[in-house]
Design a protein around this ligand. Sequence first.
Ligand SMILES: *[C@@H]1O[C@H](CO)[C@@H](O)[C@H](O)[C@H]1NC(C)=O
Ligand SMILES: *[C@@H]1O[C@H](CO)[C@@H](O)[C@H](O)[C@H]1NC(C)=O
Ligand SMILES: *[C@@H]1O[C@H](CO)[C@@H](O)[C@H](O)[C@H]1NC(C)=O
Ligand SMILES: *[C@@H]1O[C@H](CO)[C@@H](O)[C@H](O)[C@H]1NC(C)=O
Ligand SMILES: *[C@@H]1O[C@H](CO)[C@@H](O)[C@H](O)[C@H]1NC(C)=O
Ligand SMILES: *[C@@H]1O[C@H](CO)[C@@H](O)[C@H](O)[C@H]1NC(C)=O
Ligand SMILES: [Cu+2]
Length: 816
Amino acid sequence: MAYNPVFDENSGNSSEGKYYMEQSPQKAKKCWNFLSRFLVLLVFIVGLVGGILIGIYAYHGSVSNSLCQDQSCQHTDGQSKTTTIPTTNEEQCPNRNPKDDTPYESTLFAPLTIKEMKKVSEILWQRRYITTIDRAPQSLEENFILYMYLHPPKKEDAIKYLYNNGTKPGRYARVHIQRGAEQVPDIMEYKVGPLESISGVTVAPLTSSGEIHFNSRPFDSVEVNALNDILRTDMKALETLMRDSFDGASYPEDQYIFYDNGPPGMKGTERETRFIIGFGTLEEENVLYLLPLSGTVHSPGTNVSEWYPHSYYYLNQGPYRTVSDLVSAYNNNIIRKVRLPAGYRNTLRKKSYPKRDIYLPLREYADQPGARSYMPQGPRFSISGTRIKWMDWSFHISGGQLKGPALFDIRFKGNRIAYELAVNDISLVYGMDSSGHNSIVYMDATYGIMGGDTPTTILRDVDCPSYAAVLNTSYWDSAEQKAVDMESICIFEADEQEALWRHYTPSFAGGIRNRHLIVRVPVVIGNYDYTFDFHFYLDGKIYSKGIATGYILSSFWDENNPHAGKDKTRDAFGYRVSDFHTGPIHDHMFGFKVDMDVIDSSNSVEVIHWKAGDILDALRTQSNITQVPPYFIYNQTRYLEYETLQREVGYRLNYDNQKFFVVVNENKRNSWGVKRGYHIAPLATGAQTLPEAHPAMKALSFSKYHISVTKRKEEESFLSSIYDINRLDDPKGYFDLKLDNESIVNEDIVNWVTVGFLHIPTSEDVPMTTRVESGFILKPFNFFDTTASFDMPQYTEDQGKSEREPAFAACIEPKP
Ligand SMILES: *[C@@H]1O[C@H](CO)[C@@H](O)[C@H](O)[C@H]1NC(C)=O
Ligand SMILES: *[C@@H]1O[C@H](CO)[C@@H](O)[C@H](O)[C@H]1NC(C)=O
Ligand SMILES: *[C@@H]1O[C@H](CO)[C@@H](O)[C@H](O)[C@H]1NC(C)=O
Ligand SMILES: *[C@@H]1O[C@H](CO)[C@@H](O)[C@H](O)[C@H]1NC(C)=O
Ligand SMILES: *[C@@H]1O[C@H](CO)[C@@H](O)[C@H](O)[C@H]1NC(C)=O
Ligand SMILES: *[C@@H]1O[C@H](CO)[C@@H](O)[C@H](O)[C@H]1NC(C)=O
Ligand SMILES: [Cu+2]
């Protein structure tokens, strides 16, 4: 879309705005120079005094050789490599590239690279699996690649390779092909590889012909283009209606058609694609300013000339069978009309871009840089291919465009902790009162969580500090039939600037700062921006979470809405959040796959019931005592009941009946004889509240449980199916199918964790929803014999003996 001149008139030419924008960098630079000199001097003095003090009280513990008391002393690390701390205070901080030159594709779980994707598409072209290569598919009657991503090795083979000197498994791609050229069009999935092979690449079908109905496929660009073509004449017919109603807007200059109103019909064999008109105020679809004009396109199969629009609605009035029925109802004044005020459109661009308001005064000191952290001596993590190491943690980064980021082979202090920790899906179910747009259910993996919908790029100094390492991943752009690289993952050590633990008495003081490693993956899925975070702590904990920001999906606020009761500021589905829009309610449920391997793959799950009751009842859970011992001063107590889960099961959190979920290894005990384990603690603030009878609940059955456990199977690799949202009447890959009563004692098991929140949009969500998050913690549970962080330098004051974290020389943070 062309640059919108409205912006220039209203704000772009504002002298105030330009003045600030031009002035500020220079001003900031001067401040920086002055401040940095001052700070450097200050830090130097503090460092010198501190160094002398530490020198006097130096504590000859095991870490003393890494405690540098002098600004210019030699630093020795565990491998007795030496690095020199800079002597000049105005030098840039020493840095080290954390990445070695190991290529991605030589690491076992690396996401598919551009080169590999290109190779796969060439092989599929040569062997006639696809009818187009290196160019956009021209029609639905073609066979083309929808998605591709790594098909990870079988766990058994990977474990043999990683731990038992087994041979290295080959790399394979999982490829989804849309086959419109077939007699019976369908979607097929293939496993293609090994990709290392020069001539021995095989293409093995993972589905059978016709199994995935063509009409239950995800959206693709060819379909959207075809739908746009079909609607063009109808939009022409609606020109007067749109101009009169929507402040002179015309199609396609000022408006767009929004389609992702999932699902396209209630049956997998049908396709009824709903659309709604929106203002094109940004150079992209903007679901903030949707308008009360909608319809449906009958769009099954590949023969576009058989498609037709129907069921038009205007201001929730309809359905009108054809556009001319709507136009004549409008012209004959037999329907209620809306007329947006003149000039309204000109206000939208300013309102919808999430930009600083240049007319507002800055807050005090806001023109000076905020607090920052940086690495005084380079990174403490390393990246080899896609394998990451930090402070005795090691893991591989993986994932793909549909299901999103995944981590594999997570180890801590040489122990296996988890085989796979992966995002799998995000579900949203809306409630709203808006034709063409209500009853929305989204399963975001269907659009692609990590590329596929919109490429992502790390915003340095926003998503992650400027010192973060960035990894690229690639996704298959089905519209262009080519692989695309994006800067999608950042990795850095974070300084939480708080205590991980602390203890103080007059005779002893100790503590350690909560530094941790963060793997962060910001993604864009339509209107929402999600960020997935994995935090690795010094004490063995892992915190995983999903964070939502971005635009809400709105619906039109109709001041005469007959369903809105007396107070038109809200209806049954939410609040009015701006001049002509309401924010309909919905949830965000993040579904994760958590394949713990506590020491090895033979695990069980203990559910520890947190109880309250009579002392005798408590004691009788372990012994057949008959009398309350006299030292209890009252008859009530807390107690635990231990249960080892026998069969696959799903749980929803319940504060009246709280449980601890612990993955244990029955054959591995700590020094106190206790089974070693890891606690999985979901930190959800919401739960799925839809009844089983809801038409989407089978497809979305993963969202019913906060935590569930199944026996691990290669063929049950994901939480949900990307097709089920488009075949709600007959979903085939939904989660409840996995809960089929198999034994889970001493087995290789998978926990599936769903955490999320309920979203009632308010005016503060316009134009931007600020972060809302939900996650879960994996916490060692009798896994170690003691607190697992005492091999780290820390803060100690113990009767005159002191220890501090390694000293650092003042240095200048490298400029981003
Ligand atoms: C690992 O496998 C190789 C080849 O299969 C063999 O030569 C070697 O001895 C094995 N090493 C161990 C420690 O088993
Ligand atoms: C597509 O549909 C039109 C209209 O029904 C029909 O005339 C045409 O033959 C169809 N094309 C194919 C390839 O089936
Ligand atoms: C990562 O992706 C970006 C965006 O496509 C590209 O400019 C950059 O060269 C890539 N970096 C590497 C190391 O491949
Ligand atoms: C219960 O205690 C009695 C008396 O101490 C003992 O004889 C009996 O074996 C115990 N029963 C069980 C089931 O432990
Ligand atoms: C304590 O609990 C026991 C077992 O339920 C019960 O028999 C007894 O009466 C209770 N005693 C008191 C003082 O409530
Ligand atoms: C699950 O399996 C066990 C053992 O075979 C059986 O006793 C139980 O009835 C089964 N439960 C269901 C719900 O099928
Ligand atoms: Cu939301």
